[in-house]
Design a protein around this ligand. Structure first.
Ligand SMILES: [Zn+2]
Length: 154
């Protein structure tokens, strides 16, 4: 009995450093701002964006703190590891609202050190130093939605 758990097919090509940065941004927004993980994200190699419904816009200080916090996590070179659990167990521990209706019985939980954990079938770096430097290149607040645009670099 050493079968790979059956997961949903992942049909989106992602840039692993950018996608892993998306995990860190979501985890940091939950911790620092108290909102939910983004349900509207566009992740691309060069430039990515995540939207968060918020009652008021983030201040420049908050944006700076988010950026600094993420770069601090990247600098710690935390390992990205996987754990497989059944959906019923996961529902008590994680926000599963983003899961597709036909989600598999087994979920893969992606852990970034002890900093962040969420169900995901995407492609990730092996440890956070592979992400590179995280920079919020612009932000916009409109109609109750905070958009954060970010880039990775040296
Ligand atoms: Zn992921």
């Amino acid at each position: 009995m050493n079968q790979e758990p059956q997961l949903n097919v992942h049909n989106k090509a992602e840039h692993p450093p950018m996608h892993t940065a998306e995990h860190l941004l979501n985890g940091t927004m939950v911790k620092l701002i108290g909102c939910k993980r983004s349900r509207n994200a566009h992740i691309e190699r060069k430039k990515s964006k995540c939207d968060y419904p918020l009652a008021q816009p983030l201040t420049p200080e908050q944006l700076q703190e988010i950026e600094n916090t993420i770069n601090n996590v990247i600098a710690q070179d935390l390992p990205v590891t996987f754990e497989y659990i059944i959906v019923q167990e996961a529902s008590a521990l994680y926000d599963l609202e983003r899961l597709p209706e036909d989600a598999s019985e087994m979920l893969r939980i992606v852990h970034i050190g002890d900093y962040d954990a969420c169900p995901c079938v995407g492609a990730h770096v092996e440890s956070t130093s592979q992400i590179g430097h995280f920079r919020i290149s612009s932000s916009r607040y409109q109609d109750g939605v905070q958009r954060i645009v970010f880039r990775l670099g040296e």
